[in-house]
Design a protein around this ligand. Structure first.
Ligand code: UDP
Length: 486
């Protein structure tokens, strides 16, 4: 694809997302936001991932945006991965995660070669693509990182890393106080980002952190009014510029349904079903692109849903992996709930669903994209974190914003570990659904607050809104850096 608009006078940004849906989707939004405000953007990807970006490409073309997709060959086989394994959601088991990270880092030379003749004004890259720090230094351009977290979680993670908080903590149940956090924060070890360990990952984790310390600023997919205190504290502690430029999912898009992969079901049929439901009556259940909930836990969740008698859309990704879930669904469950339940196997058009007026609640794994999409939808949430910084996002939603209730998960649902125990029983699922969806003062308060944040989120993109201004400032500052350095 070539630039479809703009000229060479535009500040040129190179975006390097992590090859992972939850990280690529917001950076695709970021590319459009920058281009809509006068930048030209090169978006780095690989052939298999490019094929998943059809919705993004359609948006770019429809808007005549100066965005160019560049595909670098991904050396999967050279690093012991199956041919075509170019996205983290294709990695079979955590034993191969290191190979995947190393294959990503091997894109360093091809990227340098690609950019050498016309260096951009700035590289914006995912924190996990730590090696882009080298590329930026060699080209003499700034590197801004995108960590995929909100301000609250970015700050907590920063303190945890800086103070080596997890060192010597072996008791999984011990509450650790995060000193220096602007509001009281206590976490157990499994609830801290970075607590999951994969073979060989320590070294990469250190490199990611070192490169973050050296970067020239950070962009965050959040908006200042949502979490002012935490964003300001993060900026002060980091002593770096932090640009909040979200919620990036609010960007005008014609292809809201086609974010990430192609939906695995008929979108028109889904909309028709939602149209037939009462406003605010349906709960949407989705655990993102990576979470691997064990079969017994999915069954408990399903039985809780059934007992609640509430209408629902439930996205299940395990079907292909765990035939027993598919068998259980077919063995009566689907039939019993057919009048009020829709099951989506595979990829769901999440934003399209969430923003439909029939949706009254969102049971989420608290990945940050899902969380901010839920905030923009103005719906209260039931929080069910699985791993990474999801426990922190839960605390933001439940304790700070007060727009959600926790289902009460205490431990990790380890990525790739299928030998786990059921953590949430059907009764607990049923109770949390009632708390969120029923009439009553407590639920009403959650709904009012959720709607209020959705309004604030949209204001961040008003002409003088905070995120709109920050995108313009980012383009201006980076554009000036290039001009100043000639
Ligand atoms: N998503 C989607 N359909 C799905 C699953 C996920 O559109 O079936 C999108 C979701 O809207 C979000 C992203 O994929 O934009 C998932 O990111 P998140 O940070 O929530 O979780 P992760 O997948 O990284 O755990």
């Amino acid at each position: 694809m070539t630039f479809t608009g703009g000229g060479s006078a535009r500040p040129h940004f190179v975006l390097v997302p992590m090859l992972l849906q939850g990280h690529t989707i917001p950076m695709a939004d970021m590319a459009c936001l920058l281009a809509e405000r006068g930048a030209q953007v090169t978006f780095i990807t690989t052939p298999v991932n490019a094929a998943r970006l059809a919705g993004f490409v359609a948006d770019v073309e429809a808007g005549g945006l100066a965005v160019r997709l560049v595909e670098l060959r991904f050396p999967a086989v050279e690093f012991g991965l199956p041919d075509g394994c170019e996205n983290m959601d294709m990695v079979q088991g955590k034993g191969l995660l290191l190979n995947f990270m190393e294959a990503c880092a091997a894109l360093r030379e091809p990227l340098k070669a690609h950019l050498r003749h016309s260096p951009p004004c700035c590289i914006v890259s995912d924190k996990m693509q730590w090696w882009t720090g080298d590329v930026a230094r060699e080209l003499g351009v700034p590197r801004v990182t995108f960590n995929g977290y909100c301000g609250f979680s970015s700050l907590a993670r920063y303190i945890i890393n800086r103070d080596k908080v997890l060192e010597h903590v072996t008791d999984e149940n011990k509450l650790i106080t995060i000193q220096g956090f602007p509001t009281p924060l206590e976490l157990t070890r499994p609830q801290c980002p970075g607590s999951l360990s994969f073979p060989g990952m320590e070294e990469i984790r250190d490199k990611i952190y070192e490169e973050e310390l050296r970067c020239d600023g950070e962009v965050i997919n959040s908006f200042r009014e949502l979490e002012t205190l935490y964003i300001e504290s993060f900026e002060q502690m980091r002593r770096k510029k932090v640009w909040t430029i979200g919620p990036m999912c609010l960007r005008d898009s014609n292809t809201m349904a086609a974010r990430g992969n192609k939906a695995s079901m008929d979108e028109a049929q889904c909309l028709q079903w939602l149209d037939s439901m009462k406003p605010g009556s349906v709960i949407f259940i989705s655990f993102g692109s990576l979470a691997c909930t064990i079969p017994q836990q999915l069954v408990e969740l399903g039985l809780g849903l059934e007992a609640s008698k509430k209408p629902f859309i439930w996205v299940i990704k395990a079907g292909a992996k765990f035939p027993e879930v598919e068998e259980w669904l077919a063995d009566g469950f689907e039939e019993r709930v057919k009048d009020r339940g829709m099951i989506i196997r595979g990829w769901a058009p999440q934003v399209m669903i969430l923003w439909h007026q029939a949706i009254g609640g969102f049971m989420t794994h608290c990945g940050w994209n899902s969380t901010i999409e839920g905030i923009c939808a103005g719906v209260p949430m039931i929080t069910w974190p699985h791993f990474a910084e999801q426990f922190l996002n839960e605390k933001l939603v439940v304790d700070v914003l007060k727009t959600g209730v926790e289902v009460g998960v205490k431990g990790l649902t380890e990525w790739g570990n299928e030998q786990q125990e059921v953590m949430v029983t059907r009764d607990v699922v049923e109770t949390s659904l009632s708390t969120l969806m029923d009439e009553g003062e407590a639920a009403e308060k959650l709904r009012v607050r959720a709607k209020d944040y959705a309004i604030k989120a949209r204001r961040a993109f008003d002409e003088e809104g905070s995120s709109n201004n920050n995108i313009r400032l980012l383009i201006q500052e980076m554009g000036n850096t290039t001009n100043a350095s000639g």
